[in-house]
Design a protein around this ligand. Sequence first.
Ligand SMILES: *[C@@H]1O[C@H](CO)[C@@H](O)[C@H](O)[C@H]1NC(C)=O
Ligand SMILES: *[C@@H]1O[C@H](CO)[C@@H](O)[C@H](O)[C@H]1NC(C)=O
Length: 437
Amino acid sequence: MILIFAILASVNSWTQTASTVTTVKSSSAENRMFPVISPSSNDFKIMNKAVLASNGFGVKMFAFLRDFYPNFVFSPISISLMMALNLRASNGLTLQEIYDAMSFNESGFENIQEIQASFHAIGNYFLNNHSQDFGYFLSLINVLWINDGKLLNSKFLEDAKKYYHTQISGIDYGKGSSNVHTVIDKYLKQKAKNERLTCEIRKDEFDERMQITIVNGMSFSGFWGPGLSDKLDMIANFYSKGEFKIPTIFLQTTTTLNIVKVGKFSASIAQLSLLKVNGGKQLYMYVILPNSGVPIRKVEDLLIDNCHNIPKWFAKAKPKRVNLMIPKTFPKWSMNLDRLLPFLGVNSLFHKEDSELPFLSSFERLAVDKIYHESMIDVKTKGSFEYPTRFDGRLTTSHEGDKDTNIVNFIIDRPFLYLIMEEASQAIVFLGKIEVL
Ligand SMILES: *[C@@H]1O[C@H](CO)[C@@H](O)[C@H](O)[C@H]1NC(C)=O
Ligand SMILES: *[C@@H]1O[C@H](CO)[C@@H](O)[C@H](O)[C@H]1NC(C)=O
């Protein structure tokens, strides 16, 4: 209670600076690059609470989604950054709902400025290194489309760009749905390496009553790391829902991996490295696979209670020779957060009668109509694409050590969970589940 009080008091410090006005126009859309700042150890300290909040929210969202969708994937870090900006815009009940739902209340923040500083550091960290020079492409997507002609506080627009890496653009909702689809499509194409908008957005109607649409997401495109890159394509059955055989393309290799058996939960977890070169970030995909015949539900409970422990378990893991089979492609997924977040307690943000977003506009009561979240993961092997040659690590080939008698099988042919985590920050970049192929 005291914490919330402090936060409401500190929000008031923004009021004085929020007096200048900017009118949104579609033509004023900006595509300037954000400044590049290299992270220091102090940045890690600052971003730590944002990582804690984001991972905490990720687990909460996971626990919610698993009851409704057989397959899903989302990016906690990207949603948290976007919601931190909504928090920056809000006051009163709207602020409190976001604060609690996003696990900001459990992450040790002392005031709202600290939330801003922490997410600013996260944004810098994840935006800096998305160049192909590092062997992968990682891009945070965050844009607010606001109906043309709305009066917005200039300070908010400045801060959205400066601290939250968010573009605020005008759009004329009065021109109808197909115009909106085209504008958003064009934007995503440019931001997410030619990814197309998923059908979720194209199903929706837009008209002149709309005020704010947020498009948020994370796009990753890269290669499996050394030792995993020489995979063979093969067709085998995936047991959808654990029982229905679906012929599926798998990648197969024999390699050395860190694997941990978690007996108590009847599951194994494998750590698969993703390629990085030069000063790139080390991302790992952790695949959590229930033992044969064990329901995935039981293993989900493991993830919900132990997400933070996964990197710790791997710090102790000994590398093993593994016969690995993994589905070749991961389905991409999008979700309407405006429909899902109310289940986690965020309500007033979406209702014109109750929303309190005075730091976005002190002239008019605005509410958010739609939030789309898109997650795109594309992991390639060597082959038709040019594989970067400057490895950080040692290259092992898939055939080395095949005669080893102690080979462990890790055959991902049944429902599994996965997360992609960035090693230095321990931030969960993606969290997903595949039950059906
Ligand atoms: C990318 O991140 C690494 C640390 O992970 C850092 O050393 C490097 O300077 C960053 N590159 C840029 C361009 O900021
Ligand atoms: C944070 O808010 C959530 C959602 O209202 C609540 O369940 C949780 O107990 C709160 N945590 C603390 C430490 O107050």
